[in-house]
Design a protein. Structure first.
Length: 245
């Protein structure tokens, strides 16, 4: 009965890979292979130091935001492909296991970057919450005491299409720690999570109010990272877990 229903649903609502468009699978093995072990990518957002933002934040990712990965992220965020949450979350669980020895056993609060109210209405929630929960689960599986909590709130417009300075100005002062979470974050070691690292403005805008509230933001993590113009993708992948903290 289930097989019959599956075949019928494919006729009515055709399924294609969210990355490459391969028929009959929501996420193919070739695209899944693009989500690799975590590697350091913060040097891609180094221009933020010129904007007066605090630097020195290690940022990890599992993919270059190009080709099928970029297509999948856009489909997930803006075109209702919520079925992609499962493979993305699985990649972050695996990444959390790999990162646990780097972060050590001390407690970590995994904090998702907040979305605007308009984005939450359009997407049915903050999709990054699921990434943060998956990363925390992976960290726990690797021996790090971790929990995720959406302690940040945000107002202002979306970031799509904005350059480095415009992204920073769009976020400055618009991210805050929720009042009920102030006691929760004080003294915590925090790992920030976002979907894509482009300029780093979102991570920095989240870091500032968290540290003002007494947290220590130890690192950032994104599902994917956008290479700078003209860069070869994957050049940074020698900086993997175990080779740099």
């Amino acid at each position: 009965m289930r097989a019959w229903w599956t075949e019928l649903s494919r006729l009515v609502l055709p399924v294609a890979c969210g990355g490459c468009g391969l028929d009959d699978v929501p996420w193919c093995a070739a695209c899944d292979a693009l989500l690799g072990p975590p590697w350091r990518c913060e040097q891609r957002a180094g221009r933020l130091d010129l904007l007066g933002a605090p630097g020195g934040l290690p940022v990890w990712t599992v993919a270059d935001c190009v080709g099928p990965v970029r297509a999948a992220v856009l489909a997930w965020k803006d075109h209702g492909r919520l079925d992609l949450t499962r493979p993305f979350a699985a990649a972050l669980v695996a990444a959390g296991r790999a990162l646990a020895p780097v972060l050590g056993p001390g407690e970590v609060l995994v904090v998702p970057a907040p979305s605007t109210p308009a984005s939450r209405r359009r997407r049915g929630g903050n999709l990054v919450d699921d990434l943060a929960a998956a990363l925390a689960a992976g960290l726990r599986a690797g021996g790090t005491a971790a929990r995720s909590s959406p302690v940040l709130a945000r107002r202002g417009g979306d970031q799509v299409g904005l350059g480095t300075r415009a992204r920073w100005l769009n976020l400055t002062g618009h991210v805050r720690v929720r009042r009920r979470a102030l006691a929760q974050v004080a003294g915590c070691r925090v790992l920030l999570v976002d979907d894509v690292l482009t300029t780093g403005a979102t991570l920095v805008a989240c870091r500032v109010p968290l540290e003002a509230a007494g947290a220590h933001v130890a690192a950032g993590f994104t599902l994917a990272s956008t290479p700078p113009p003209g860069a070869r993708t994957g050049d940074e992948r020698d900086i993997r877990c175990g080779s740099a903290a």
